[in-house]
Every structure is written in structure tokens, then in C-alpha cells.
Design a protein around this ligand. Structure first.
Ligand code: SAH
Length: 350
């Protein structure tokens, strides 16, 4: 491995310091910074207004740990799944979901995942490492370029719902959002960003303390501890009661309404008793509920509840005056839908 420094870990001040030391004009620092964060350059040679000599100096000391597009697949519904190669050879996946002029990037926060949720394809592969904030940023930059090229639309929304658990990579996730929303970078609104978590109570509290301005989604899937334990092993460490406390605190601190994600699993979490438990759970704070169609994962015994049961479940919640939406899946034909990101070939558990 080279001992070059990842240039994207440098602040503008750091770059200015470097320029002074190397006898390069000060204003070049701002130009390089703009290339990295505004123009999302992924190589020094793209920096066309920087002289070749200065680029060579930069290359002597620094590297850009840029993502490379490995594969691209387009679904019949327009969803585009991309796999990206990281600087150390690992592969992650990200998805562009077009819906009219709404362009959503679904991005990964870790290589693999160690939560092992029973219904999720990513849970079946091994955890390798956290993504660095600039690798998370690159997924957004590349997917935004793809939206512009393929659909002539800017990226409008970002969901941290790809591979991995964002709250177990807290620092990099928050730093990536700082960059995505910074005026001297992509300048996107935090209100258009949603971070989804299995529910790591201490980290939800931390989000509250940090008074974040992006949206939070909680992958609940059951409001009954014994059932949630069966599908989400993490629930054993961190029960529904712990989650209620943490989400209440988050709400007090940020005054934002969270989204509850609930995958409909036939005969498992879709009875009226389950709906009642969900309604009870949701009484503790304002929420919006998304009922998500279950997407088949190889060797997993669950089945989707189907339209009729899902609508009956929704009706029950509607009658309790809850905000409920049924979310249909996109990109299923290319394994790009929720819970299907797993890079079938490369990261398989051995
Ligand atoms: N670890 C985070 C981020 C992943 S988000 C989290 O748990 O929230 C991916 C979303 O897709 C989660 O809500 C997850 O529970 C859901 N999901 C996983 N497998 C699925 C499947 N097979 N069908 C539908 N949704 C699934």
C-alpha cells in the first residue's frame, strides 16, 4: 500500500499550508478544493486549470481514494444499480431510483454488514469495513452524474438505505452529510436526506445531541420484542423500550418526525395484533409509517404479505389516524430493491 495521504481528508487551510510550503500560489488551494468538493473530481488530471507541474507535486504527496464504477445495471422500471470498486478492491453497491423528476440515490455506508437481519441479503454477507466519508460522498457524486446523464435531472434526494448500518459508522456518515450539504460542496438540503437505522439507541440519542437536520428512518419491522428478536438479532441488545426512550429524546432535540419502516412478512408480522402493537409503539412520538413490500432473498423463508393483507393492515392504522404509506419496490429484476444489495459474487461469506 502506498504512503500517499488521502487528499480529501484535508481542509482548505491544510491545502493552503501545503501550497505555501511547496511555493505554489495560495489561490491554488481554493481551486483544488473546488475540484474535489464542488466539481467532484476523482483524479488530479481532471483539474484542468491547475498546471501539470502543480498536479505532479500534488501526486507526489497525495492520492484521491476515488470510487470506480465496476458494473451498471438498468431495471425495466428505470432504476439503475451500480457497483463500485473501492481503492482497496472491495465492492459496494448504490442505486439511482427515478420517479418523475424526483431522483433518489440509495447509498451504502459499510462494506457488508454485521447485523445479520434474517430477511436481508446484505445480512447474509460478511462485514468487511466501514466506508470513509469521502467514499460515501463519491457514491452521491457518481449517482448524481448518472441522473443528469440518463434522465437530464439533478439528484433530489438521498437515502442511506444501501448496504450496512449507518449508525455503526456514525462519524463518517455525519461527515459525508456535512460535505453533501456544505455550500462550498454539493449544497444539498439536509431535509432531502434520510438516514435509515436498525435502531442503535445510543446513536439515536447522539443524533439528538448533535441536533441533526436530516431525516431519520427506523427499520422496525415488528413492535413485539419476541418477534423482533427473531428477525433482528440486534434487538436482543437494544429492546423496543430502549428505542422508545431514544426516539423520544431525538424528537425532543430535533423536533422532526421519524419514519417507521415496516417490511410486510406474511403470517409473521402482519396480523391485526401486530398492527395494534405498532400503533401502540407509534403513540410515543410523531411518525410516518412506510409499509414495505418484502423482496425475496435467496434461501430466506419469508414471503410478502400481498396486497390484501397489507391494505387491511394499513386500514387498521388509518383508523387510528396514523400517517401510513404502502411502498412498492423498485428495481427488483436487477436485485436493486431494499434488502437485495449483496454483491452476489464478490463478498460471499465463505
Ligand atoms: N441497516 C440500515 C440500513 C439498511 S436500509 C437499516 O436497517 O435501516 C435497508 C432497508 O431495507 C431497511 O429498512 C431494511 O430493513 C429493509 N429490507 C431489508 N431486507 C429487505 C427485504 N428483503 N425486502 C424489503 N425490505 C428489506
Amino acid at each position: 500500500m502506498s504512503n500517499l495521504i488521502n487528499i480529501r481528508t484535508l481542509s482548505l487551510k491544510d491545502l493552503e499550508g501545503f501550497c505555501t510550503k511547496q511555493g505554489v500560489e495560495q489561490y491554488r488551494a481554493q481551486q483544488v478544493y473546488d475540484w474535489l468538493w464542488k466539481k467532484t473530481a476523482r483524479s488530479f488530471d481532471q483539474m484542468s486549470n491547475i498546471s501539470i507541474k502543480t498536479r505532479d507535486i500534488l501526486k507526489q504527496y497525495y492520492t484521491i481514494n476515488a470510487l470506480e464504477i465496476n458494473t451498471t445495471q438498468k431495471s425495466e422500471d428505470g432504476t439503475i444499480k451500480m457497483s463500485f470498486k473501492l481503492f482497496d478492491g472491495h465492492i459496494i453497491e448504490g442505486v439511482l431510483i427515478p420517479s418523475g423528476t424526483r431522483m433518489t440515490a440509495c447509498i451504502s455506508s459499510q462494506v457488508g454488514c454485521n447485523l445479520a437481519c434474517k430477511f436481508c441479503a446484505t445480512g447474509l454477507i460478511r462485514y468487511i469495513r466501514n466506508l470513509n466519508f469521502d467514499e460515501i460522498f463519491d457514491q452521491v457524486a457518481i449517482i448524481a452524474e448518472t441522473a443528469r446523464r440518463e434522465y437530464d435531472c439533478p439528484l433530489t434526494h438521498i437515502v442511506y438505505m444501501g448496504m450496512g448500518e449507518p449508525m455503526l459508522n456514525y462519524h463518517n456518515v455525519l461527515q459525508s452529510i456535512d460535505k453533501i450539504t456544505a455550500e462550498d460542496s454539493l449544497g444539498m438540503s439536509p431535509q432531502r436526506i434520510t438516514v435509515s437505522t436498525v435502531g442503535i439507541a445510543p446513536m439515536i440519542r447522539q443524533l439528538g445531541k448533535d441536533k441533526v437536520r436530516f431525516n431519520l428512518a427506523l427499520s422496525l419491522h415488528s413492535a413485539v420484542n419476541e418477534k423482533r428478536n427473531q428477525i433482528i438479532p440486534y434487538n436482543l441488545r437494544n429492546t423496543l423500550e430502549d428505542l422508545i426512550g431514544a426516539v423520544k429524546f431525538f424528537h425532543q432535540q430535533t423536533n422532526t418526525r421519524i419514519t417507521i419502516e415496516y417490511v410486510m412478512l406474511k403470517g409473521f408480522n402482519d396480523t391485526m395484533a401486530d398492527a395494534r402493537a405498532l400503533a401502540e409503539f407509534c403513540k410515543n412520538f410523531p411518525v410516518k409509517i412506510n409499509l414495505i413490500q418484502y423482496n425475496p432473498v435467496e434461501n430466506v423463508p419469508f414471503e410478502d404479505s400481498g396486497q390484501e393483507r397489507t391494505e387491511a393492515f394499513k386500514d387498521f392504522l388509518d383508523r387510528k389516524n396514523m400517517v401510513v404509506n404502502i411502498r412498492r419496490s423498485r428495481g427488483k429484476d436487477i436485485d436493486a430493491a431494499c434488502g437485495q444489495l449483496a454483491n452476489k459474487i464478490i463478498n460471499k461469506k465463505t
